[in-house]
Write a protein that binds this ligand. Structure first.
Ligand code: ZN
Length: 130
């Protein structure tokens, strides 16, 4: 019997309807490691990036990630789905279909405490949303 496809929709609030996500095969022990992995794959590692503000009412006052352009970015997220939990969403809409959304899971974190700390750290560097 073959494995069923990853049909269950992502718990990710922004990507709930996205089933075209690819899971990064690497293991990331920390949020920082997942961010570095996403930036290296995106080609933005050590390049200047702009803050990416949340798009939901709950987080539109927070910097939730960083963008290289309007089509290339990563954002840190937490989803209660046990398959996701703390993760970095890498999004590159210039990549070929099927490679546009990559999820970098962070191991060993079961709540959003660290995610919120990062959001607030980044937001405090940029102040109010423009
Ligand atoms: Zn990765």
């Amino acid at each position: 019997m073959s494995m069923p496809p990853r049909g269950r929709s992502a718990g990710d609030e922004e990507g709930r309807r996205q089933s075209n996500e690819t899971l990064c095969p690497e293991s990331h022990a920390t949020i920082e490691a997942a961010i570095v992995c996403a930036e290296k794959h995106l080609g933005s590692f050590r390049m200047p990036m702009s803050p990416y503000w949340g798009t939901l009412r709950a987080n539109d006052h927070l910097v939730v990630g960083f963008q290289l352009s309007s089509r290339q970015r990563w954002r840190l997220d937490y989803a209660p789905d046990p398959d996701k939990l703390v993760h970095v969403n890498e999004e590159n809409f210039d990549a070929t279909p099927g490679h546009q959304r990559i999820v970098h899971k962070v191991e060993g974190q079961t709540n959003d405490t660290q995610v919120m700390l990062y959001y607030h750290k980044w937001t405090s560097q940029y102040g109010q949303r423009p």
